[in-house]
Design a protein around this ligand. Structure first.
Ligand code: URP
Ligand code: ZN
Length: 458
């Protein structure tokens, strides 16, 4: 049996921060000691974390590794994306699958993703994708659940959107099976009409991407989805990437009568970047994502919601495309630009520096938002998301004394830009451990390809 002792750390769990040490046996945490307790006399590998924080490994509930959007693919696959996540302190991801071929069965994409994810270096699960609704799809929801895929996503926008009839049927079935339904919420009719109108007037610069996807479109779809969930008996309903104050108001209203099974996620880009970035006709393409970036006042509302924990999770929606090539498809027409941006490597450090170190959120809140809550909501909390005896020995060690400046050149995401270029951060990752194995030291991934394990979720 291998022993690993991490000593003298400031341990941050979902509940508290205290000085102490953690002992792991093979892949699992077996003992947690407070500062004054005597440490065992094992022959253990020892990491002295004096002056550093020890957090649970991050759980990113929203990535799009190797996303196939027909004419191109997201540039990080499960290997490069996993390495970037690991270097950023994330030891678990739950990836949102791409749509399969038109008419594909619900069981189609899990088979494709079981192969795609083989090189992954961190532990992973999948959200299934609903691309149409019929009796077979409703039946196959049970198959996915039995195969450890206990959450499914549907879109209220895009060509493969699900209409109210389909959404309601899926929600009823989710209630029967105990499945979580994740929803991308934007009103498709309004968005499509605005896009067509701007394009017909020759208004094709990046800023019209944001103008064609207004916060009202988000709020309407959030409220409709959550009301349908309520009528269907309140299965677990999860709003992905909430962006706006208006969307938050819709969430709050929907929660009024009974909000126990309503969950919401936001992403770093909606906390740190604003829609002014679209005014640059060239660089604006970097931020074409759906929903779009919002105003400064929306970012304040999101921070407030994180502090109050009316938003439960922070995912990244990591979906990178090269600016120099892939994003240029939209240079004369924003509607042709692949949607999405990178972020998986910086989530934990951005939130540590700009959230905790700037007192916007406490450290246990950061742990809950970035680790514990995603693990609980998506059925992996026995192993992931907190520092506790019996949990997997997944950790990130952060030195709060190091200040540094973000530059893409030092990130390992497989893309040519980061939305956070030039950000000055306090606190840098020194070591990342996954199931008791040190996989990152400094900025370098030192583990093997394919060491990640599929998480059969409950
Ligand atoms: O713009 C985004 N969010 N791209 C990722 C794919 C999607 O829309 O979910
Ligand atoms: Zn997404």
């Amino acid at each position: 049996m291998r022993h690993l002792l991490i000593k003298n750390a400031k341990i941050a769990t979902s509940q508290k921060v205290f000085e102490g040490s953690v002992l792991c046996e093979d892949s699992v945490i077996t003992q947690i000691f407070s500062k004054n307790e005597t440490l065992p006399d094992y022959d253990a590998d020892t990491i002295d974390a004096l002056g550093c924080y020890l957090l649970p490994g991050g759980v990113d509930p929203h990535t799009h590794f190797d996303l196939d959007i027909g004419y191109t693919r997201a540039s990080d696959d499960f290997y490069t994306g996993g390495v970037a996540a690991a270097c950023g302190g994330t030891t678990t991801i739950i990836d949102h699958m791409a749509f399969g071929p038109k008419g594909a069965e619900l069981t189609h994409q899990p088979k494709v993703y079981a192969q795609l994810a083989k090189p992954c270096v961190i532990d992973y699960g999948f959200h299934g994708i609903i691309q149409h609704v019929n009796e077979q799809v409703l039946a196959d929801m049970a198959t996915l659940k039995n195969n450890g895929i206990t959450s499914l996503k549907l879109y209220l926008t895009y060509d493969d959107m699900i209409d109210d009839d389909g959404i309601f049927k899926v929600l009823l079935r989710a209630k029967q099976l105990g499945i979580t339904i994740c929803a991308h919420c934007e009103n498709n009719a309004a968005v499509n009409a605005l896009r067509a109108s701007y394009v017909s007037q020759g208004l094709t610069q990046p800023k019209y991407h944001a103008l064609s996807r207004p916060p009202q479109a988000e709020a309407e779809a959030v409220f409709r989805f959550l009301m349908l969930a309520k009528i269907a008996g309140s299965p677990k309903a999860y709003i992905v990437h909430l962006t706006s104050k208006l969307g938050l108001e819709a969430l709050t209203l929907a929660r009024k009568s009974d909000g126990e099974n309503i969950f919401a996620e936001t992403c770093p880009q909606y906390l740190f970047c604003t829609d002014e970035l679209y005014n640059n006709e060239q660089e604006g393409l970097k931020y074409i994502m759906s929903p779009p970036l919002r105003t400064q006042s929306d970012t304040y509302a999101l921070w407030q919601a994180l502090a109050e924990e009316s938003i439960q999770t922070i995912g990244t929606d990591h979906c990178p495309f090269f600016f120099a090539t892939q994003k240029q498809r939209g240079k004369d027409n924003f509607t042709l630009c692949p949607n999405g941006a990178p972020g998986v490597q910086l989530r934990m450090q951005l939130l540590f520096s700009e959230g905790f170190m700037k007192s916007r959120i406490s450290l246990p809140q950061l742990v809950r938002l970035c680790c514990t809550n995603p693990a609980k909501i998506f059925g992996i909390s026995q192993k992931k998301g907190d520092i506790a005896v019996g949990a997997d020995a997944d950790f990130v060690i952060i030195d709060p004394g190091i200040s540094w400046q973000v530059t893409k050149a030092e990130l390992c995401e497989n893309v040519d830009y980061t939305p956070y270029e030039g950000f000055k951060l306090k606190g840098k990752i020194k070591t990342v451990i996954s199931r008791g194995e040190t996989i990152v030291t400094g900025e370098h991934y030192i583990g093997k390809k394919g060491r990640g394990q599929f998480l059969h979720r409950v």
